[in-house]
Write a protein that binds this ligand. Structure first.
Ligand SMILES: [Zn+2]
Length: 461
């Protein structure tokens, strides 16, 4: 039995009442929070005591969409200035050279970047398995870093020869996809509170899998109680593709395949109209909002305000590192707040005298990154600092130059309004992943060198 006591911090609980405690702390036992409250109300001692006076403490952030392997293909000149379909066509042949070791190295890189930005739970969508690569390779990386992982077993089965977008060389047979999906569920999926590894089934997108595989994947996922994930309504290209090939808009296509429900979440969902937003709300589908990627690929701006007004669960995602090109989840909260304001600006905010019309706040952006993400992944054991929840949190020193002046007025909003940088402390299940801005579980210099070698080899062939 081990206990950890955090004292004298500015605690933002993100409980239902959004309680904030200026001189507060946490008492943690065996990876779960036992008490949250003013420092004076907590036990006087523990196995480890950390005085965080001058720090703000938040629940660990939850990343709801990523492709870890893309850290190896960040910022490739040929894909710097393309829209989604052209960007994909440039990168598919490079990704076809990925090895199992590349999947492991890139997953470690993405996960430690996430941990250094306050993330404690990450969903990753791996949808190509060339040269013997397996989902197991990234699960191993997840366990080596210590961040909770929702590993989405992706797939592509609709190659160019059948009217899909990817070259046939990166697709697989549906029989093999389903057999491997079942294997990883049976081997790794842990649904218990405090789980470190969960499996998700995730056919890649309407333009890279068949409707049959979507249906079969949904049936298999529901047999085991695992969640479903895919890209949806990301671009106007995709909308045209769905209308022409299937006779539906993307959301209607999902309804036709039984791909709606509280066990389904969609990445992007930029192009959803009012009726389709109503479909998500009615069926409790979740949305992974990826503002940086949507800007990077000039995809568009997701209607987040409308989703939230309709009661749709929305979380944040950094998306793959070839369209971000980083994995800083706190920065993504900032992007979400700023992009929501751009959208207000485009729809007449500066002319509006309607006092009910509000801009997205820093606290709302952080809510998306914590409670929103937890709801999207279907987890009630993470997302807030409350008794009984996982001891997942991060801390930021407020007495630094980049927060100077900002944190004295509002310590919590400062972490979004001011430029995010590395966090100081990240804890998952009571274990330190980051301490004094340094990684505990992985050697950063060795990983950086190994990652750069792999990236050079992969891109240069
Ligand atoms: Zn994606």
């Amino acid at each position: 039995m081990t206990t950890l006591l955090i004292t004298h911090a500015y605690i933002a609980t993100f409980d239902d009442r959004q309680t904030e405690i200026p001189d507060g702390g946490l008492f943690i036992r065996d990876g779960f929070i036992e008490q949250v409250g003013p420092s004076a109300s907590l036990p006087a001692s523990a196995d480890e005591v950390l005085d965080l006076s001058g720090y703000v403490v938040l629940p660990g952030l939850v990343n709801t969409h990523h492709h870890f392997y893309q850290t190896l293909t960040r910022n490739i000149p040929a894909a710097q200035n393309a829209n989604l379909f052209n960007w994909l066509k440039t990168l598919y042949p490079i990704w076809a050279r990925l090895t199992p070791a590349d999947i492991f190295t890139s997953a470690q890189t993405a996960l430690v970047e996430l941990a250094l930005s306050g993330c404690t739970t990450a969903a990753d969508h791996l949808y190509l398995f060339p040269n013997g690569a397996k989902l197991d390779d990234e699960i191993e990386a997840g366990l080596s870093v210590g961040v909770r992982l929702h590993a989405a077993r992706g797939s592509m089965s609709l190659g160019e020869s059948q009217g899909g977008l990817p070259p046939d060389s990166v697709t697989d047979s549906e029989e093999r996809i389903l057999a491997d999906s079942q294997r990883v569920i049976q081997r790794y999926h842990d649904p218990k509170p405090g789980s470190l590894t969960q499996i998700v089934l995730a056919p890649c997108s309407p333009f890279s899998v068949t409707g049959d595989l979507m249906r079969e994947s949904a049936a298999l996922a529901r047999q085991y109680g695992v969640h479903l994930h895919t890209h949806l309504a990301e671009t106007e290209d995709e909308e045209q593709f769905c209308l022409q090939k299937f006779g539906y808009r993307p959301v209607g296509y999902m309804q036709s395949l039984d791909w709606v429900g509280a066990d389904v979440w969609f990445a992007h969902a930029v192009y959803a109209n009012a009726e389709e937003i109503g479909v998500f709300a009615q069926h409790h589908c979740g949305v992974a909002h990826c503002p940086t990627s949507n800007m990077r690929l000039a995809s568009g701006i997701a209607p987040v305000k409308e989703y939230l007004a309709a009661g749709v669960n929305v979380g944040l995602g950094v998306d793959g590192s070839a369209s971000n090109d980083g994995s800083h989840l706190l920065a993504e909260a900032r992007q979400a707040m700023l992009l929501a304001r751009v959208r207000e600006g485009m729809t007449g905010f500066s002319l509006s005298n309607d006092p009910a019309r509000k801009l997205m706040t820093a606290r709302q952006a952080l809510w998306l990154g914590t409670r929103g993400g937890a709801a999207v992944l279907g987890r009630s054991d993470i997302g807030s600092l409350e008794p009984g929840k996982c001891a997942d949190f991060f801390a930021i020193n407020l007495n630094t130059l980049d927060l100077a002046g900002g944190a004295v007025h509002d310590p919590l909003a400062a972490v979004v309004f001011c430029q995010p940088r590395r966090v100081d402390t990240t804890v998952v299940g009571g274990k330190f992943i980051v301490k004094q801005s340094q990684l505990i579980s992985v050697n950063e210099a060795e990983l950086t060198a190994r990652h750069n070698r792999a990236a050079k080899r992969l891109v240069n062939g």
